[in-house]
Ligand binder design. Structure first.
Ligand code: PEP
Ligand code: MG
Length: 310
C-alpha cells in the first residue's frame, strides 16, 4: 500500500469526482526542483531568490541556463517564472533600493522596473528564449492596476512576437487587484494568488512580524472572500492558481478547491500530502464547505470547521 502511495505521488491528483488539480512546486533553486517528488511542474520560480546574491545583474544567457536547468530538473514539465520581485522582505544585491519608511507599501515587484526597464527586458528575453524549448509561463509580481499589466505586456511584446505556447499571467497579491481582477486579467492566460502578500495587505499585518503573526492568517475569511472573488470574476478562460503558503497547507486544500481554484503550487515536501488530500475530496462537498467558510467570523472558526467532521 505504501508503494502504491509512493507511486501515486508521480501521478496527477484527481478528486473523487474526477477533477484533476495540478500540484506544482515553488522553487528558489535548482535543488528545490530536484527535491520536488511528484510535482506536476513549478507554479512559482522565485528568480530573486535564484539570483539574490549576485552583485551584478545576470545576463540573459546566464538566466536562460538557470531556467532551463529548473525545467530539466522537473522533467520538462511546465515552469512558471516570476519576474524579479524585489523590495519589502526581498533584497536583490544587484538592484539596491533607497530606504523607505514602509518598504512593503513602496518600491516593490513590478513597480521597481518602471525606472529600470532594461533589467526587466533582459529577464524577459531569457524567459522567451527558454519558452521556445520547454513549456513556460511568465508572471508579474505585485500588480495593482490595469495600466501596470498593459505596461508589462508592452515590455514583453516589445521584444518581438511571443514564442508559441508562452503563457502570460500576473500574481494577485494586492487587495485592489483582487477587487477588480476582471479589469486586469482580460489579456492574460492565468493569474496566481500570492496568499502571503494578499493576507498581509488584507489584514494589515506585516508577514515578517511575529507580534502580528496570528492576524496574518491565510484562512481568514476576509482573504478567502478575495480568493472567491478572483475565481468568480476572473475573465472567462483565465486559469486561477494559488502559490502562497496557504496552498502548502493540506488543511486549506478543501477550501481552496471548493472555491474553484484550478491549481496549487506548494513547497516540495508537502506535495505527496496535498495529492493524497485531493484524492479524498469531492468538489461538490468542498464547495459547500468553502461557502460556509466564507460566512465565518475568523480564521480560527474556519480552522475549526476544516478540522471537525463536516
Ligand atoms: C506570496 O506573496 O504569496 C508569494 C507567493 O510571493 P512571495 O512569498 O515570494 O512574496
Ligand atoms: Mg508575494
Amino acid at each position: 500500500e505504501r508503494d502504491a502511495a509512493l507511486r501515486a505521488v508521480d501521478e496527477p491528483a484527481t478528486t473523487l469526482d474526477g477533477r484533476t488539480i495540478p500540484v506544482l512546486v515553488n522553487v528558489g533553486s535548482v535543488q528545490d526542483a530536484l527535491d520536488a517528488r511528484g510535482a506536476d511542474g513549478s507554479g512559482l520560480v522565485r528568480t530573486e531568490v535564484l539570483f539574490g546574491d549576485r552583485r551584478s545583474a545576470p545576463t540573459a544567457a546566464e538566466q536562460a541556463a538557470a531556467y532551463r536547468e529548473i525545467a530539466a530538473a522537473l522533467g520538462g514539465k511546465p515552469i512558471t517564472i516570476r519576474t524579479w520581485d524585489v523590495g519589502g522582505d526581498k533584497p536583490l544585491r544587484f538592484l539596491p533600493q533607497a530606504p523607505e519608511a514602509n518598504p512593503f507599501l513602496g518600491d516593490r515587484g513590478l513597480r521597481t522596473f518602471r525606472r529600470r526597464p532594461e533589467l526587466l527586458a533582459t529577464q524577459l528575453a531569457a524567459i522567451r528564449e527558454v519558452a521556445r524549448e520547454t513549456p513556460v509561463q511568465v508572471m508579474f509580481p505585485m500588480v495593482t492596476t490595469a495600466e501596470e499589466v498593459a505596461w508589462a505586456l508592452e515590455q514583453l511584446d516589445g521584444l518581438g512576437p511571443r514564442p508559441d505556447g508562452l503563457q502570460v499571467g500576473m500574481m494577485v497579491e494586492v487587495p485592489a487587484a483582487a477587487l477588480r481582477i476582471e479589469t486586469l486579467a482580460g489579456g492574460l492566460d492565468f493569474v496566481s494568488i500570492g496568499t502571503n502578500d494578499l493576507t498581509q495587505y488584507t489584514t494589515a499585518a506585516d508577514r515578517t512580524n511575529p507580534a502580528v503573526a496570528a492576524l496574518a492568517d491565510g484562512l481568514d475569511p476576509a482573504v478567502l472572500r478575495l480568493v472567491d472573488r478572483v475565481v468568480r470574476q476572473a475573465p472567462e478562460g483565465v486559469h486561477v492558481a494559488v502559490c502562497g503558503d496557504l496552498a502548502s497547507d493540506p488543511l486549506a486544500t478543501e477550501v481552496l478547491v471548493g472555491l474553484g481554484v484550478h491549481a496549487l503550487s506548494a513547497v516540495g515536501p508537502q506535495i505527496p500530502l496535498l495529492k493524497a488530500r485531493l484524492r479524498q475530496l469531492d468538489t461538490t462537498t468542498a464547495a459547500a464547505t468553502a461557502t460556509k467558510a466564507l460566512t465565518l467570523p475568523s480564521a480560527e472558526a474556519v480552522r475549526t470547521l476544516l478540522t471537525s467532521p463536516h
